[in-house]
Design a protein around this ligand. Structure first.
Ligand code: NAD
Length: 263
């Protein structure tokens, strides 16, 4: 299937590793011009080099902390300066820390809102005017299964991800008339550093080892395995494609069957 991504310009936020990097890699393989960002220049340049080598497509790395409005403005200005437009925006960030309600402070909640919800809102604010002008746009937010089925010890994620779904659904209604689609994806357990860090944190305060935690997660997934980062990346590439023009306002889970509810 031709995704129609050749020469489309995509900003993929938080993309020096993990799911974000896999998305950038997939876009580049499909012929899109990709802008990647993260807070650390060394990791960012390494990722850009790696994607370029594998795809043969040039990638533009821009140092940016998605919680900083100033950095986000610079990210969009740089993309528009060198690549002239932004057709596709993938909103992504690190995950908020684990913990239960009584262990977390007001500051922790504010931080999670900044990291995952406000960053998404701020990126959309910068992307929408150009997409509206060109009457074409794709916005995809990376959230989590936690938005649909809360996960133990992750109350921050459970709270703010649901907020992102509310925001993207509302925005999709407002943007449909401009031919801009807005969707979210809800990844399940995916083999990235984030999951390793989560397992180490959990192992420290439970009687289980990291290996036992991974085994128990695998057993809880009907597909009996974790996702590879390329799997949510493939879904995002489809949602960003010409073929997905009529899909908007959805929150698609990609979790090997983990979520127990029907819808
Ligand atoms: P990861 O830790 O492997 O990668 C995160 C990326 O985000 C890195 O490139 C990092 O440098 C960058 N980043 C972090 N904070 C940033 C910031 N403030 N500004 C700019 N860049 C920043 O994580 P991942 O597993 O790829 O997860 C991506 C998102 O998906 C996270 O929000 C995570 O919570 C969510 N998620 C992950 C899983 C999973 O199992 N891996 C499951 C559900 C949801």
């Amino acid at each position: 299937m031709d995704l129609g991504l050749v020469d489309k310009v995509a900003i993929v936020a938080a993309s020096s590793k993990g799911i974000g990097k896999a998305v950038a890699q997939k876009f580049a393989e499909e012929g899109a011009k990709v802008v990647i960002c993260s807070r650390n220049n060394d990791a960012l340049n390494k990722a850009a080099k790696d994607i370029q080598e594998k795809s043969g497509q040039e990638v533009l790395p821009v140092k940016c902390d998605v919680t900083s409005s100033k950095d986000l403005e610079k990210l969009f200005k740089t993309a528009e300066k060198y690549l002239k437009k932004v057709d596709i925006l993938v909103c992504n960030a690190g995950g908020p820390p684990q913990g239960t309600f009584e262990k977390l402070t007001e500051r922790d909640f504010s931080w999670a809102i900044e990291l995952n919800l406000k960053s998404t809102i701020n990126m959309c604010r910068l992307a929408v005017p150009g997409m509206k002008k060109r009457k074409w746009g794709r916005i995809i937010a990376i959230t989590s299964i936690s938005a649909k089925q809360p996960l133990d010890d992750l109350i921050l994620s459970n709270t703010v991800r649901a907020g992102v779904l509310g925001f993207t659904k509302s925005l999709s209604n407002e943007m449909a008339k401009y031919n801009i689609t807005v969707n979210s994806i809800c990844p399940g357990f995916t083999a990235t550093d984030r999951l390793k860090d989560f397992a180490s944190g959990l192992a420290k305060k439970s009687k289980f080892t990291v290996k036992q935690l991974f085994t128990s997660w695998e057993r809880s997934i009907p597909m009996n395995r974790l996702a590879e980062p390329a799997e949510p990346a493939n879904l995002i590439a489809f949602l960003a494609s010409e073929q997905a023009a009529y899909i908007t306002g959805t929150a698609v889970q990609i979790d090997g069957g983990y979520i127990k509810s029907i819808i």
